[in-house]
Design a protein around this ligand. Sequence first.
Ligand code: FES
Length: 687
Amino acid sequence: MNVEVRDPLVLFMPSGKRGRFPIGTPILDAARQLGVYVESVCGGRATCGRCQIEVQEGNFAKHKIVSSLDHISPKGPKEERYERVRGLADGRRLSCSATVQGDLVVDVPQDTVINAQTIRKAATDRVIERNPAIQMCYVEVDEPDMHKPLGDLDRLKAVLAKDWGWKDLRVAQHIIPEVQKILRKENWAVTAAIHKDMEFSRPTVVALYPGLKNEAYGVACDIGSTTIAMHLVSLLSGRIVASAGAPNPQIRFGEDVMSRVSYVMMNPDGQGAMTAAVHQAVNDLIGKVCAEGGVDRKDIFDSVFVCNPIMHHLFLGIDPTELGQAPFALAVSGAVQGWAHDIGIDINRGARFYLLPCIAGHVGADAAGATLSEGPYRQDKMMLLVDVGTNAEIVLGNKSHVVAASSPTGPAFEGAEISSGQRAAPGAIERVRIDPLTYEPKYRVIGVDKWSDEEGFEEAAKATGVTGICGSAIIEVVAEMYLSGLISEDGVIDGALSASTPRIFQNGRTFSYLLRDGQPRITVTQNDIRAIQLAKAALYAGTKLLMEKQGVETVDTIRFAGAFGSFIDPKYAMVLGLIPDCELTEVKAVGNAAGTGALMALLNRDHRREIEREVSRIEKVETALEPDFQQLFINAMALPNKVDAFPKLAEQVKLPPRKADSEEAGASEATPRRRSREERAARRGRS
Ligand code: FES
């Protein structure tokens, strides 16, 4: 009887790709054939150490594989030499030297460190599979031969085609005058940095080095209106080498993006000055991350940027005036890429840049980055993704359909327009609780561990002072005032309570709440509450509009992107009616998701294609044109909402009885005066 002998089965993790390969196949070749990205700079000469893998031993019943160290060839002389000279961690093997000898489960580690680098912090726990647009390729070029009069550059191209399969290579112009010198420096051994992004694009040699160049870096950058955040990443290992942030210097031209557009409209040199300012800031930040990571900025070959539409235009040197008025026309909505040098970014002369696509005139490449990171389009569940800034960007959807909009929340959540408001910084109140019986508050301050009613608080707070209220506390204080009965569902401070607590006091024609007596005196005024109502109503109405577009009454899961989202307590956000009712455990802050999206696009060019495809599919909703928006906004002015119920929240928090429930429909009709006031508020929110 003939028993069929099958080739060994090799499974690569974490990709899960598998295939059968003849005994003796180098593991690197097996990976290549399956499309598993394993780095290699030296082209299998066992000198770069980038191709490391680990064999997982054991019985993997699910995959029907018994994997053992005996199923991989022993170390040969080249691998042993590498281990002797450079060192190889326990269990690690060079996949270019090790061959398949039996069934194997092979782990492709994401942390192959060749030169010890300090890892400052992980920007994300996520493992991002690599497939960068830059590849470093070491080759040994034939020496010139009088009988074969082929130029040095042509012989370089020929060997890159032979050893690495690069066909139809282009060579960046700035390299050509240097080629002869570089080839001769290390005896015809060179490393070419080759850029190839799209499948159909021509690969280009963007840099050339004598000998083995075993480092290549990239930067992923989120240019926010207020802050610019950057990660410096090794393109050869995926490691984040350093991360840093800096204020956006454009603030001096205008606090928010619309005031920056106005500045451009009113000053002939305004756009140029703002473009120069953001380029300078990005270059300074590159200097900072390079200094922190011990990296030469000339070793950065790729850069990915995300930003809101106005920052996007200013960064590219495009006049953003059209974005300041309807129909909010973008000069370019698709992804943009080119030479970093051409837009004033000071990294390697041959480095590239890639800017994610914008979703719409008010929903930018930053929202695209967050969408790539959180992937509503990958979900079965209906996911709401919000990035709260002066303009909230809202994305809602699942596998079948995704819709997106922006809503003008204004700067209230950032502490502007609030009498005691300030940005999150040491000394700012960040948490507030109010006793519903005595109306006495307690609070916590950034930089101080204790609550204000704990012994030693005043002493501990001496260093920072208590200077104001930041965004997270603004939400909490208004929500707590509502929960304790200090304000009605319409957001009106109950002046009658001034008789029972000195915390409520008259302030002109309205009343205020005294949060802290002292220097400075920190109060919550009626105007503050109005500003928060307007901001939260804008966000909620935009969200609700998207829910209507999707035909859903509830969302399954909520992701808060951005710094603001990291500090707010989901419970209070819901009590306020900032977000729709949802299981509290399903509300998560995801930090700088836009930056994570940029990182994904930097490390894996497939993610660029993915977000380009998804952005073209997203249905864009312009809130200003939707007739329902005004009514949704008016409903959302109430706490948490005039018409929408919050049953899941009510299971966790005792909400005050709603007026609409306690007084019957007739009584809940708004008086003409109140109605006109709310409509005025709605108009303000949309302007
Ligand atoms: Fe360079 Fe294996 S590919 S050491």
